[in-house]
Design a protein around this ligand. Structure first.
Ligand SMILES: [Zn+2]
Length: 284
């Protein structure tokens, strides 16, 4: 449990699950927690041990933004495990989604911004190890830069990281993704989508064999942390553009959640649900 009033919106996960379960009965499977072996494909052994044994330093806990507890450890392992289950599904059926994960602020040796382990990065390494995939693109459309992901894959020619984010928003020290498109505060649909088109063209040129989509919706107007002004319709167009790209490439896609912290959580849940509705509509 988190302290009352904590900024992390645990309630949205339940609401999103219930919304989608009602529309697509039986669509959910529960992924197993990630194993330590999988986590070690990306993360430092000392860091993984400190998280699981609860020996993180006070400063490391503060950076993470969560108090340590056994349930935090399980949630972090499940958050990666769910993305790996979605990956496994996508490799068989073409598309998979996880209604958690997208923890793009986790680095090799530390976590920050509510992100303990980097599920996207672990999924890349598992795809390369288990599924014979070499080139992977990560399309990160959370309003905050995917700094952990960018740092993990810096200099790796097999992984293309695209990040569209608020230039002035957290994290204040940005890492270098393969392509960073920093956008202004109060960014509107038309400006956002024009930049997205540029970003997706670069992904297309990279010719990935797998796409991971971090589909954070904290760019929605009214978000407490996003500082952008996208509409639900604009976000829907965003999702459609990503799915169209994946279809054009003819490769599997794994969709994860990401940020979304509406003052009113209703539109945030709608925007998240729309991503998965679009995924189902595109790939069946
Ligand atoms: Zn975010």
């Amino acid at each position: 449990m988190l302290p009352a009033g904590h900024k992390f919106p645990l309630g949205k996960y339940t609401k999103l699950h219930d919304t989608l379960e009602q529309e697509f009965p039986g669509v959910f499977i529960l992924g197993a927690p990630a194993t330590t072996d999988d986590l070690l494909l990306v993360h430092d052994a000392d860091y993984v041990r400190a998280v699981t044994e609860g020996t993180l330093e006070v400063a490391a806990i503060r950076r993470l933004g969560f108090p340590w507890s056994e349930s935090l450890v399980l949630r972090a392992q499940r958050s990666v495990g769910g993305t790996l289950a979605a990956l496994s599904w996508a490799m068989q059926h073409g598309a998979g989604g996880h209604i958690a994960g997208g923890t793009h602020h986790a680095f090799v040796d530390h976590g920050e911004g509510f992100c303990v382990f980097n599920d996207l990065a672990v999924a890349v390494r598992v795809a390369q190890r288990d599924y014979g995939v070499e080139r992977v693109a990560i399309v990160d459309l959370d309003v905050h830069q995917g700094n952990g992901t960018a740092a993990i894959f810096a200099g790796d020619p097999r992984v293309f990281t695209l990040s569209l984010h608020g230039e002035k928003n957290y994290p204040f020290k940005k890492e270098a993704s393969s392509l960073d498109l920093g956008l202004p505060d109060q960014c509107t649909d038309s400006v956002y989508l024009a930049h997205l088109e540029v970003g997706l063209r670069a992904v297309l040129d990279f010719r990935p064999e797998l796409v991971l989509f971090q589909s954070g919706v904290d760019s929605l107007a009214g978000d407490r942390l996003g500082r952008m002004s996208l509409s639900l319709e604009g976000l829907g167009l965003r999702d459609a553009m990503v799915m169209d790209l994946v279809r054009a490439l003819g490769v599997p896609v794994v969709t994860t959640l990401g940020g979304g912290y509406g003052r009113d959580i209703g539109p945030t849940v709608q925007a998240h649900a729309n991503v998965f509705r679009r995924l189902v509509r595109t790939f069946g």
